[in-house]
Unconditional design. Structure first.
Length: 278
């Protein structure tokens, strides 16, 4: 089982490295988001005449630092949502038919593809953290060295669960449709509401009630909560909004993502079982 699982995973990573354009975009696009959008918006807020209230004794972070956590989350989202396109290529070119006809169980393919997507997300998130620190992002304020290491591990744990959930979702959708255009349209349709109904780029406290209800079931919201808790602490302010996260809140966020990943795994498993390949 391990050999079959790792064979699929290794194939995914080779494909990731060999497609130079995809590799370049995957590594550079998040940095551009942070550099252009993050720095520009942070500069505008810094030069604005509005003075945001702060709370004595509570860490106040600038918009660049606040947004960096959101960029990390959105990068993992984009990477894994579009990760199923490789499976559609395999299906249309007859490769998937050979894989499913082999003694290898279909869930080995799911695990291999899932681990590939998770690995790509971890690489990108690590690069964003490093590049963000160079730009002046103030992650881990007041943390000791050991606490910072633990925080990075906490962030990676959230990345693993969140990325697995969306790569399973993407894989399941890819096995149910026949054209690349259909997958791209579906992924684009999912990306917009997930991104803009979450707290990745701004606070959701001023959302209307119906949009707050959508945000409350959005997996991206819980993912961002986890990243900000480990990167900034459980008590901080940003742009005049006070954020407080308890350990229980973060455990609940993690449990929500685990449940989401379990559901998407079942969806992908059923999709593989019912797939019609030629």
């Amino acid at each position: 089982m391990a050999k079959e699982f790792l064979t699929v995973y290794w194939r995914e990573m080779i494909r990731f490295v060999r497609f130079k354009g995809q590799l370049f975009a995957a590594l550079v696009q998040p940095a551009l988001w942070l550099l252009l959008f993050g720095v520009a918006m942070s500069s505008n807020f810094a030069s604005d005449s509005i003075v945001f209230p702060t709370i004595p004794g509570v860490v106040d972070v600038d918009y660049l630092t606040f947004m960096a956590a959101g960029v990390m989350a959105m990068t993992a989202l984009f990477t894994c949502l579009f990760g199923g396109m490789g499976l559609l290529f395999d299906k249309n070119w007859g490769i998937m038919k050979e894989m499913l006809a082999s003694p290898m169980r279909s869930y080995h393919i799911q695990f291999g593809v899932g681990l590939g997507g998770v690995t790509k997300s971890l690489i990108q998130v690590g690069l964003i953290m490093g590049f963000g620190l160079l730009l002046g992002v103030e992650f881990f304020p007041g943390f000791s060295g050991l606490e910072a290491v633990g925080a990075v591990l906490g962030i990676f744990a959230f990345v693993v669960v969140f990325s697995a959930g969306f790569i399973f979702l993407s894989s399941g959708l890819a096995m149910r449709v026949e054209s690349m255009e259909s997958v791209q349209a579906m992924m684009t349709l999912l990306t917009m509401p997930l991104m803009f109904s979450s707290n990745a780029l701004y606070s959701t406290s001023s959302f209307p009630a119906w949009l707050q209800a959508i945000s409350a079931v959005n997996p991206l919201t819980y993912f961002v909560n986890g990243i900000r808790y480990f990167a900034l602490g459980g008590d901080f302010t940003a742009l005049g909004t006070h954020y407080e996260y308890s350990g229980g809140d973060i455990l609940l966020s993690f449990a929500y993502l685990v449940a989401f990943t379990g559901l998407t795994f079942v969806f992908a498993w059923v999709s593989f079982k019912r797939a019609k390949v030629t």
